[in-house]
Design a protein around this ligand. Sequence first.
Ligand SMILES: *[C@@H]1O[C@H](CO)[C@@H](O)[C@H](O)[C@H]1NC(C)=O
Ligand SMILES: *[C@@H]1O[C@H](CO)[C@@H](O)[C@H](O)[C@H]1NC(C)=O
Ligand SMILES: *[C@@H]1O[C@H](CO)[C@@H](O)[C@H](O)[C@H]1NC(C)=O
Ligand SMILES: *[C@@H]1O[C@H](CO)[C@@H](O)[C@H](O)[C@H]1NC(C)=O
Length: 347
Amino acid sequence: MIEHLVFLFATWAAILGGCWASSDFPCPPAVQIAPCLCSVNADKMQMDCSDVDSTEHLKEIFHSSPPFPFTHFSKFLMEGNQNVEKLENGVFNVITFDEIEVTNGALVEVEQGSIEQSKEVLQKITMYGNQIERFLMNDAQDLTAFTELWYINLSGNVIQVFPAITSDKVTYLAVSDNPMTTIHNENLFGVPYLEHIHIDSIRMNILETKLLSNHRHLITINLSSNNLVQIQSTALIVQSPTLKEINLSNNRINDVEPGSFDTNVHGLKVNLDDNNLSTLDELTWKPLAKSEVSLTFNGNPLGCGCDMKWAVIPDNGEDYISFMEGTCPEGQSFTDLEPAWYEQFCN
Ligand SMILES: *[C@@H]1O[C@H](CO)[C@@H](O)[C@H](O)[C@H]1NC(C)=O
Ligand SMILES: *[C@@H]1O[C@H](CO)[C@@H](O)[C@H](O)[C@H]1NC(C)=O
Ligand SMILES: *[C@@H]1O[C@H](CO)[C@@H](O)[C@H](O)[C@H]1NC(C)=O
Ligand SMILES: *[C@@H]1O[C@H](CO)[C@@H](O)[C@H](O)[C@H]1NC(C)=O
């Protein structure tokens, strides 16, 4: 019995001692991976390589020996790194990540073979604020093998060609603030399950009319801060019952054709603030206000004249104006407009 207890105690001490000796466990030894830092928090292990000094050194760290004791990390992180310009094929060896986040650095190239090892676990890619010219260096990015990847954020890079991704899993795609100018209809055919698309600040000047027409799961469409001048009929007919928000603010829109938006979506908000609309034409806007789509027009050069008669003195006692927000030449809000003027001064 006593021997038994002594044996147990010895085993226990040995385990503790072992832990003490290699306190980095389950991470690889800190000296082996420096200047990358590995940390463990509850059941998550992450690798922060923000301070790594070159593209080659990053690869050497992941190929160093002995092999890392555990191979599945929750996150790879590199923030503000001005040395690594390329994530090369095979850079991470057999190590897999649920999330890869490279932000505000010098990264120019991401080869598909750099992330391929993680294809069964990778959920999120955030590569924000780098110098990326082309995502995965391909013309057609087939990500169908990435079975968990739902989030891609490539905002704030220098991507000129929209990445025509194919994936049934991706629901969140952000390419905000890249100099793209154009996205063609067919470029989005490969991501039919999109819920949120951020294509704001990409200098878009023409919204193609079938761009979002195959996307029945959309919730948010962000087209803000582009160079759009006209919204053509059907361009924003999406037919997604879950659509909540279309942000068209801060463009140069002066013409929205009738039939540009869905009228049968409950709770939809369309933001047209800071555009160049001078009139609110009945054929375009009445069907939306009638369907209780909430419309905002702040910061447009609206004249608030007879073009708005339909809204100020609506037929059949309908209430359109409470779904519309905006200001008139003298700063009056729509709800302050005097119905008598529209009775007397319009045809
Ligand atoms: C993209 O990622 C950056 C960094 O995490 C974040 O600040 C930004 O809001 C994201 N953009 C979008 C549109 O989600
Ligand atoms: C859309 O883009 C604008 C401008 O980049 C940004 O301010 C806004 O937060 C984005 N998000 C939504 C949901 O509109
Ligand atoms: C729409 O974009 C503008 C920037 O142009 C931003 O200020 C606003 O918050 C966005 N709307 C929403 C609901 O995010
Ligand atoms: C606004 O539209 C008018 C024509 O309606 C055009 O002359 C003017 O240049 C436009 N302004 C901007 C900033 O696009």
